[in-house]
Ligand binder design. Structure first.
Ligand code: ADP
Length: 353
């Protein structure tokens, strides 16, 4: 069994900083869980506690049902892949992959024929067969990263930990590796904890996402659930580009008011009441007759789509337009013009916090 459980896990550093605040989180066996959040939210702390690189202040961590709080890192059955993959430069890919296995001793000893078999299997899975006799400097960044992953996988870890493993790669390679990582996971099925601040990685890689803020878990959910039903305005603003529009104001009697900006709430939010944030994603915000008047501040042209920056009563929102065919080449409205904006899509949300 290789499920992972954080149980009221707390980390307070020596200087009093709370790195992780009573985290309750379960990673099912075979699951790919992404820990997501901005810098300083406690992602690496959670990962380091699980890895045994930091002591737990309170609570527990279980792997496969067994408490590991006091186990040294090497005895936890983990494989780790970090941002800097630090391959041994003087060794070939084959030697880099087999190094850890060749050093096993005693009852953990992996016999030589098994080492060869596991290296071959990893090379095949990672498409590194032709690179086995090359040195790291002869490889592309993506191949080097794959060797680092292979090095962790040949150990047959119970749990694979990855800490921002793609952040050293250029944008194009990052996109490709993201896709490959998911494909690889489907193949080897190792329980995985993946740390990132990149919401696109989280959305595309995760079976489930755990979103942290200030050391506290905000939401633990499937990616599309977190996207469509964010638990609060923080999660709403963190997932999606451009981010969800959040207008701070007050709801009462079926209307939402934010200073000079006021409009009727859509029927599904008619009962919203009190201060809060009205949330609507840019892609669900339409410029169309009958909408609330906004002033067009500017347009960002992205080719197939355009982002309209719109202002009313001091509130700025974004509307995303996707246009096809002949529509796509029609001129956009001029900045400074008045535009009616429909804000009452059935996907709109109201957040108390
Ligand atoms: P993330 O990985 O999400 O960027 P971290 O887990 O590294 O966040 O940090 C969480 C919080 O703990 C931050 O406020 C950070 O400054 C603090 N922190 C991390 N490591 C230490 C440390 N060794 N000593 C004191 N505070 C730390």
């Amino acid at each position: 069994m290789s499920d992972v459980e954080f149980k009221a896990t707390r980390k307070v550093y020596e200087d009093g900083t709370v790195g992780l605040d009573d985290l309750d989180l379960r990673i099912e066996e075979g699951e790919f869980l992404v820990l997501l959040g901005p810098s300083g939210c406690g992602k690496s702390t959670a990962l380091r506690l699980l890895a045994g690189l930091e002591d737990i202040t309170d609570g527990a961590i279980n792997i496969g049902g067994a408490r590991v709080n006091d186990l040294p890192p090497g005895a936890r059955g983990l494989g780790m892949v970090f941002q800097s993959y630090a391959l041994y430069p003087h060794m070939t890919v084959r030697e880099n992959l087999s190094f850890g296995l060749r050093r096993t001793r005693g009852s953990d000893k992996v016999p030589p024929n098994e080492v060869v078999a596991r290296v071959d299997e990893a090379a095949s899975m990672l498409d590194l067969e032709k690179a086995l006799d090359k040195k790291p400097k002869e490889l592309s960044g993506g191949q080097q990263q794959r060797v680092a992953i292979g090095r962790a996988l040949v150990r047959r870890p119970k749990v694979l930990l990855m800490d921002e493993p793609l952040s050293n790669l250029d944008a194009k390679l990052r996109n490709r590796m993201r896709f490959e990582l998911r494909r690889l996971h489907e193949m080897h099925g190792t329980t995985t904890l993946y740390v990132t601040h990149d919401q696109i990685e989280a959305m595309t890689l995760a079976d489930r996402i755990a979103i942290l803020k200030d050391g506290r878990l905000q939401q633990h959910d499937k990616p599309l659930n977190a996207y469509n039903q964010p638990a609060n305005s923080f999660v709403a603003s963190f997932l999606g580009t451009p981010a969800m529009n959040l207008i701070e104001g007050r709801a009462a009697h079926g209307r939402f008011e934010a200073g000079e900006l006021a409009f009727d709430l859509p029927p599904h939010l008619a009962d919203a009441d009190g201060p809060g944030f009205y949330g609507i994603r840019p892609e669900n915000t339409h410029i169309s007759e009958g909408g609330v008047p906004f002033t067009l501040g500017g347009v960002e042209h992205l080719g197939g789509e355009a982002i309209f920056h719109l202002e009313a009563g001091g509130h700025w929102i974004k509307a995303l337009w996707r246009r096809k065919g002949t529509e796509a080449v029609a001129p956009h409205p001029e900045p400074g013009s008045q535009q009616p904006v429909i804000l009452t899509d059935s996907s709109a949300l109201f957040f108390k916090e």
